[in-house]
Structures are given as structure tokens and as C-alpha cells.
Design a protein around this ligand. Structure first.
Ligand code: NAD
Length: 406
């Protein structure tokens, strides 16, 4: 291999987008993500290595497909799986010392556990958990520019309790703690609804990642009832179940809040909790809306609303660039918080005026450079890198960015 990889995106193909277990066919994801790193943050393609860990697949259609390229076996699990991932990490770090490893589209049961296992010892992050969290936090900060008040004054109700939901919840709690709120109080501002209803303490056999948001509350089986019971200021949809923010849900939120925060983050579009048009129409144009799928501008009562996607592609390219440029030993939650703050700074008053909680995508390289500088700044300040901070940090970051035009 003639190049020195600085960035690996790795998947095991078990939960590709909302499409499930694609086995070795999941390789498109690391390739696609790395293309975004190059396009959005100017990371040179030579530095990027896509990896697909073929541990088999449980997808019967693929196992029976004569043209399937992957291993024809059921997925490895348990200790054998862990040892295989360990072996990959050790080999990658031996070949490419200091390489940043981004985990992508692993299923719940592997994603949380692998992040926990490696995050305090090597430069790594999980974009589905942490990148999503950062972009959602940025959206909330943007919404606060309109509603006023502190993040800690919000009450968030999630539809979905998986990687995206608990990732966002954890970063929101960390940001509330940074505002001076106690951890106990902060957690009480965050509630989850999964396929079995509100996540409450009395429920049996809750998975590990849901436990810290299982509060004392009588059981509630459906989402509208949870809204009535809890009176949230924000609802965040990350369950990948389409049309769950029904007119009833949206009208309820509009009755409870002057400016209800409505984030329908699931994708693709068929899984979106509601369309932009529905969000504005059923709240009388008062929704502060972000989506995970693309929607055209909406005309309502003579006003044009321009919804923008709360998509983690605003965040991860800049985080990767900042991590590589600074040579950080770890990628920390503080960096994802700094990334969210850097992103919000680039949301203009005109954006806010037209209902956009994120900057326009054509500004993505500027966004990524600023996020990278914010991330690198944390690395230098926290002593996570051997070097000293360059005087002109943003200038240094820009000098590292590859421009594909020729
Ligand atoms: P996941 O599988 O980890 O979590 C899904 C969660 O939804 C699970 O907790 C499950 O119990 C819950 N759920 C399933 N059916 C439900 C129902 N009927 N009612 C309530 N909850 C239900 O998946 P994830 O990684 O958290 O992703 C979820 C969605 O968010 C996907 O559509 C994904 O594409 C999207 N997403 C968007 C972004 C973005 O940048 N906008 C980022 C990450 C994920």
C-alpha cells in the first residue's frame, strides 16, 4: 500500500442506513462517507481507507444469492467477533500509526459496546451516535436563538431509543451540565419513547443504553399520550418509522408551545416522521423544524420556509479534519459540543428568519474548516496532541484541505 492512511471508515455491514444487514455489500458506506470527507472537508483521498469487516451475514437472501461476494456464513458474534475487531484495530494501528478510525453503520448491540471499549484509548468515534448528536445539538442551539432561554430549560421527548436517540440525549445532557445543571436534573429533561412506549423504570429488561433515561413514571404506551403527560418543548424523531408525527402530534405540540421544536430526523424520506409542509401547516407556521430527509421550501400564509437537513454530514467531515490536522490521541464529547457550537455560529440571521436551523450546504467547506478548527482547539487545550497550536489555527486547517478542482 503506497499511502499512509490517516482516516479509516469501517463497517461490518450489519445496519446499513435503514436497510439492515447487507453483509459485504455494505462496502458502499465507507466508500461513500470517505467521498464526503473529501468533498466536504478536503481530506485528500490518498489519506482515506474504506474497510468492510466481513464477519458473515444473517441476511438469508444474500446467503442464497449465487452472486453474493461476501463470506457465506452466519455472522460471528460474542468473543470471536470482539477478537476479530481487536485484531483489525491492532493491525490498522500498526500499519498506520495514529490513524483515526470511524465506526459506521454497526448494529446497536455492537455500536455502543465498541465505542465504549475504544473511545478512551484510540482516536475513534461512531458517527451514527456522536455525529448525529452533534448536528442535533446544533439544531437545538439554533432554535434557542429564536425561543430564547437555555438548553437546560427544554424538555426533550424522543421517538426512538437507539443509537441516534441516546447519542443525542447524552450530548444534550453533557451540554446542560456545561450550563451548570446537575446531571440528575439534566437527565430528567430527556425522555425516550421506543416501540413499546415510554421508557420508564418499571419496564423489564431494558437495554443498557436506555437505562439512564428510564425515569419514574407510570407506563405510557403511545407517543401522543406521552406528549400529553410530559408536555415537551421539543420532539425528536429517530425511530425510522414514517408518518409518526401525525397531525394530532403536531397540533398538540403547537398547543403546548409558542414555538414547538420539531425534528423529524429519520431517513430515507419514506421513514421521515413528517414532511416539512405538515410540520409548518399543523403548527400554524410556528414549528422550528429540522429534517433528516430533503424537503423543498414550503409556502404558507405568504411566507416561505426553507427547511434544512439535520444531517451528520455537517459535522463528521470537519471533526475528522480537525482530528487529523491536530493529531489528537482521542476524539472526545467536548469536541462534538465544540463542533455543534461552531456550526451554529455559521447560521446567519437570514437563515433563522426563513426557518433554517442550519447553514446552506454550498457553504460546507467553510463549515468543515470552522468545525475542524474548533475540534483541533480542544485537542491542543486538553493536551491530547504532542504539537503546539498554530497561531493561525483556521489558516493552518485551510492549508491542509485538498481541493479536487484541476
Ligand atoms: P436504531 O436502530 O439504533 O434505533 C431505532 C430505534 O427506534 C430503536 O430504539 C427502536 O426501538 C425504535 N423504534 C422502532 N419502532 C418504533 C416505533 N414504532 N415507535 C417508537 N420507536 C420505535 O437506529 P438509529 O441509528 O438510531 O437510526 C434511527 C433513524 O435515524 C434512521 O432512520 C436513521 O437513518 C436516522 N438517522 C438520521 C441521522 C441524520 O443525520 N439525520 C443520523 C443518524 C440516524
Amino acid at each position: 500500500w503506497p499511502y499512509q492512511a490517516k482516516l479509516i471508515v469501517v463497517t461490518d455491514g450489519e445496519r446499513i442506513l435503514g436497510l439492515g444487514d447487507l453483509g459485504a455489500n455494505g462496502m458502499g458506506i465507507p466508500v461513500g462517507k470517505l467521498s464526503l470527507y473529501t468533498a466536504c472537508a478536503g481530506i485528500h483521498p490518498e489519506l482515506c481507507l474504506p474497510v468492510m469487516l466481513d464477519v458473515g451475514t444473517n441476511n438469508e437472501t444474500l446467503l442464497n444469492d449465487p452472486y453474493y461476494v461476501g463470506l457465506r456464513q452466519k455472522r460471528l458474534s460474542g468473543a470471536a467477533y470482539d477478537e476479530f475487531v481487536d485484531e483489525f484495530i491492532a493491525a490498522a494501528r500498526a500499519a498506520f500509526p495514529g490513524v483515526l478510525i470511524q465506526f459506521e453503520d454497526f448494529a446497536n448491540h455492537s455500536a455502543f459496546h465498541l465505542l465504549q471499549k475504544y473511545r478512551d484509548s484510540i482516536p475513534t468515534f461512531n458517527d451514527d451516535i456522536q455525529g448525529t448528536a452533534s448536528v442535533a445539538l446544533a439544531g437545538l442551539f439554533s432554535a434557542l436563538r429564536i425561543t430564547g432561554g437555555r438548553l437546560s430549560d427544554q424538555k426533550l421527548l424522543f421517538l426512538g431509543a437507539g443509537e441516534a436517540a441516546t447519542g443525542i440525549a447524552d450530548l444534550v445532557v453533557a451540554a446542560m451540565i456545561a450550563e451548570g445543571t446537575s446531571e440528575t436534573e439534566a437527565r430528567l429533561r430527556v425522555w425516550l419513547v421506543d416501540s413499546r412506549g415510554l421508557v420508564v423504570k418499571s419496564r423489564k429488561a431494558l437495554s443498557e443504553h436506555k437505562l439512564r433515561y428510564a425515569h419514574d413514571h407510570p407506563p405510557v404506551t403511545d407517543f401522543p399520550s406521552a406528549i400529553r403527560a410530559l408536555k415537551p418543548s421539543a420532539i425528536i424523531g429517530v425511530a425510522a418509522v414514517g408518518n409518526t408525527f401525525t397531525p394530532e402530534v403536531l397540533q398538540l405540540m403547537a398547543r403546548l408551545n409558542e414555538r414547538p421544536i420539531i425534528f423529524a430526523l429519520s431517513n430515507p424520506t419514506s421513514k421521515s416522521e413528517c414532511s416539512a409542509e405538515d410540520a409548518y401547516r399543523h403548527t400554524g407556521g410556528r414549528a422550528l423544524f429540522a429534517c433528516g430527509s430533503p424537503y423543498d421550501p414550503v409556502q404558507l400564509d405568504g411566507k416561505t420556509f426553507v427547511p434544512r437537513q439535520g444531517n451528520n454530514s455537517y459535522i463528521f467531515p470537519g471533526v475528522g479534519l480537525g482530528a487529523i490536522a491536530s493529531g489528537t490521541r482521542l476524539v472526545t464529547d467536548e469536541m462534538f459540543m465544540a463542533a455543534a457550537r461552531a456550526l451554529v455560529k455559521l447560521v446567519s440571521d437570514e437563515d433563522i428568519e426563513q426557518g433554517s436551523l442550519y447553514p446552506a450546504l454550498p457553504r460546507i467547506r467553510e463549515v468543515s474548516a470552522n468545525i475542524a478548527a474548533a475540534v483541533a482547539d480542544v485537542a491542543y487545550k486538553r493536551g491530547l496532541t504532542a504539537g503546539n497550536a498554530p497561531k493561525d489555527l483556521i489558516g493552518y486547517i485551510r492549508s491542509q484541505m485538498y481541493d479536487g478542482r484541476y
